[in-house]
Write a protein that binds this ligand. Structure first.
Ligand code: PXL
Length: 287
C-alpha cells in the first residue's frame, strides 16, 4: 500500500482546453485522484483542442508563464515531478527548459510528453522545425513518453505504421535514451495487428518491458494525455516503471473501451472519469 502520509506535488505544464478532455482537464483530475497535488501552469487557453473540431478559440498564455515561474520560485515551492505536455511555440520550449533548471532537484522527476504528432503526421499547428525544438526539451528530461510518430520525429527518421518488430521498438527506445533521458515509454506500439500497447526502457538498468491491450477501432482523442497522467500517478505512488506503464495501459484501454461502447464522438475525448475507482484499486490506493 502506498504511503498515504506524503503528499507529492507536480507542476503540470499543458494547455487548458475547456472541452474535449485532454491536457490539463485530464492531468488535474487523474493526478489529484491519485493523491497528488497538481499545480497548473497553463500554456494556452482554448475552447476545445485542435484535433478535428473546427472553430476553436486559442489564447496564448506565454506571457504569463515566466511570471508564474518566478512567483512560485519566490514562494520556494518544490515539486516532486514536473510534467510538460502540449506547448505552442519555440518560446514556450525555452521557458519550460528554464522552468526545469529553476525547479530541478537531486531527486525530482522531469517527465516530458512531446505532444506534437500522431499517425505519422504533425498536428496542424506545428512545423517540422518544432520537432527539432522539442528534441532539445526531451534532452533535459528524466523520462519521455512519445508515441511512435513523435519518436521518429525526435530522431529525424521516417515513420511507418505497425506492426513493428521487437528489435525495431527496442532500438528506437535506446536511441531516444541516447538523447538524454534515462527512461523512455513508447506509446502506440504493436507487434501484432490486433493489439496496442507500450514499451518501456530504463537505460541504467537495461530494463525493457511491454504492456498490451486489445485494439479498439477508431482514433480516440486525448488518450496520450490520459496515459501519461496515469503513468506519472503510478511513478509517484512508488510503482516501478514497468508496473506504472502496465497500470496506465489498463486504465487507458478501459477508458477507450467504455467510450467505444457508448458510441460517443471520438473527438470529444474518452470516458476516463468512470475508471478512476479501478485505477486507484490497481495503484493500491485506499484513502
Ligand atoms: O492531446 C494532445 C493535445 C493537447 N492540447 C491541444 C491539442 C492536442 C492535440 O491535438 O490540440 C490543444
Amino acid at each position: 500500500m502506498a504511503n498515504k502520509k506524503t503528499l507529492r506535488r507536480v507542476a503540470a505544464i499543458h494547455d487548458l482546453s475547456g472541452f474535449g478532455k485532454c491536457s490539463l482537464t485530464v492531468a488535474l483530475p487523474i493526478l489529484s485522484a491519485a493523491g497528488i497535488e497538481t499545480c497548473a501552469l497553463p500554456t494556452a487557453l482554448l475552447s476545445t483542442h485542435t484535433g478535428g473540431i473546427d472553430g476553436y478559440t486559442y489564447l496564448d498564455t506565454t506571457g504569463e508563464m515566466r511570471p508564474f515561474m518566478h512567483h512560485w520560485k519566490s514562494l520556494d515551492i518544490r515539486f516532486d515531478a514536473i510534467y510538460s505536455g502540449f506547448l505552442g511555440s519555440f518560446e514556450q520550449l525555452e521557458i519550460v527548459k528554464d522552468f526545469f533548471d529553476t525547479f530541478r532537484q537531486k531527486d525530482n522527476l522531469i517527465l516530458v510528453d512531446p505532444v506534437m504528432a500522431d499517425n505519422g503526421e504533425l498536428y496542424k499547428i506545428f512545423t517540422p522545425e518544432f520537432a527539432v525544438g522539442m528534441r532539445g526539451l526531451c534532452e533535459k528530461a528524466d523520462i519521455i513518453v512519445p508515441n511512435i510518430t513523435e519518436a521518429t520525429m525526435l530522431l529525424g527518421e521516417s515513420y511507418h505504421p505497425g506492426p513493428y518488430t521487437e528489435k525495431y521498438v527496442i532500438d528506437l527506445m535506446k536511441r531516444l535514451c541516447a538523447l538524454g533521458p534515462k527512461m523512455v515509454v513508447l506509446t502506440g506500439v504493436n507487434l501484432k495487428p490486433w493489439e496496442l500497447g507500450v514499451a518501456t526502457y530504463e537505460r541504467d538498468h537495461h530494463l525493457i518491458s511491454f504492456a498490451w491491450a486489445a485494439q479498439v477501432p477508431g482514433y480516440y482523442h486525448g488518450t496520450g494525455d490520459v496515459y501519461a497522467s496515469a503513468l506519472l500517478a503510478g511513478l509517484l505512488n512508488e510503482c516501478t516503471l514497468a508496473r506504472s506503464a502496465e497500470i496506465a495501459v489498463h486504465y487507458t484501454a478501459r477508458s477507450i473501451r467504455r467510450t467505444y461502447e457508448a458510441e460517443t464522438d471520438t473527438r470529444f475525448g474518452v470516458n476516463f472519469e468512470q475508471g478512476i475507482p479501478s485505477l486507484l484499486e490497481e495503484l493500491e490506493l485506499v484513502y
